[in-house]
Design a protein around this ligand. Sequence first.
Ligand SMILES: *Cc1c(COP(=O)(O)O)cnc(C)c1O
Length: 424
Amino acid sequence: MFQATKEFAEILDQKDSLANYRNEFYLQPNTIYLDGNSLGLLSRRAEQSLLDLLASWKTLAIDGWMQGEHPWYYFAEKLGALSGPLVGAKEDEVIVTGSTTTNLHQLIATFYQPNGNKTKILADELNFPSDIYAIQSQLKLKGFDPETHLIQVKSRDGRTINEEDIINEMTEEVALIILPTVLYRSGQLLDIGRLTKAAHDRGILIGFDGCHSVGAIPHQFHDWDVDFAYWCNYKYLNSGPGGVGSLFVHEKHLGKMPGLTGWFGSDKEKQFDMKHEFSPSQTAGAYQIGTPHILSMAPLAGSLELFNEVTIERVREKSLKSTAYLMDLINEELSEFEFTIGNPLDDVSRGGHVCLEHEDAARICKALKLKGIVPDFRAPNVIRLAPIAFYTSYVDIWNSVQILKKIMVEKQYEQFQNEREIIA
Ligand SMILES: *Cc1c(COP(=O)(O)O)cnc(C)c1O
């Protein structure tokens, strides 16, 4: 379906209806950035919304809470509503608050209600470590031993998790399930609707970590009846380093008392009554704890404007085409160098990045960086390559594979140690 020539890449770019959005982003000269799944690039609109919020502090001071283009008091709710179309949520179901990990703590503290024999939490053995740490500590807080009460579904191939295996572990003893939407290493996309239904059929609540899918893949969290979800906004959503995270709580659970309460979770009309009886908001805003981190959520306003202009469906369409093209070029150009493509190949279960495995992965990444290609490395042997719909062109992908081929032919990676850097 694709051809390996540069002319073909140029034609793909000419036909690409998102091609112009590249100019909305700050791209560095002589660099091809394939790491937008770890930290998305700055867009001009995100920069502008950050500057706008900074100016509101400068000029309005305390009145910035209720005045200006983005009154701070309602900003987290407003950004939550703007995130709705990305994840298939109603306006009141999403709030921008906390970080991925603190949001997971909040959601487990709320939705993990061990009862009788139903005391275990089900996760998988390939999930991101921080999620597992949060689950372990929440189990301990309720007096359970994570050794016996955290069940981690095993992977058959070390890369992916079989959905049948997950469903088989949904026993009567499981109270709560936490799974990633997309696995951070292999990029496997799970069937969220199917797993949610299977969990609910067995009377189990289920929540998803959307860090590696939100901003790359459309979701229907409300219609799939997902109990809750949480994600960061600094990866595919380009909200900047340490940008505030998000959480979704299904409408049917709104009005419930959050596990961890604080005054910013109050009903907004009552918050300043300053009563010692907590009146939770009837929206996902109830899950906020303290004062919102206005400046760290400001870039998201500009960034979401771009997503809502383009729609997440078009982002996914280009992303799938880009990863398919990248895999095709890898198969065509690199077949003699013992690479393995570790991500699912089909469109239905492939996330936003290509997982390229090689025993020299750590030092191949260093050689790529030296040549201006920015991938990322995940131990022990994964090079993650994420073409981003907004700013990676097909010519960028073509050039990246050519440079990688030259690195392999000339064994340029041999000048580096095959070890990860401190951040990898
Ligand atoms: C990036 C990522 C995190 C990061 O958590 P923070 O609290 O934002 O540092 C957690 N889980 C997954 C699956 C991730 O990909």
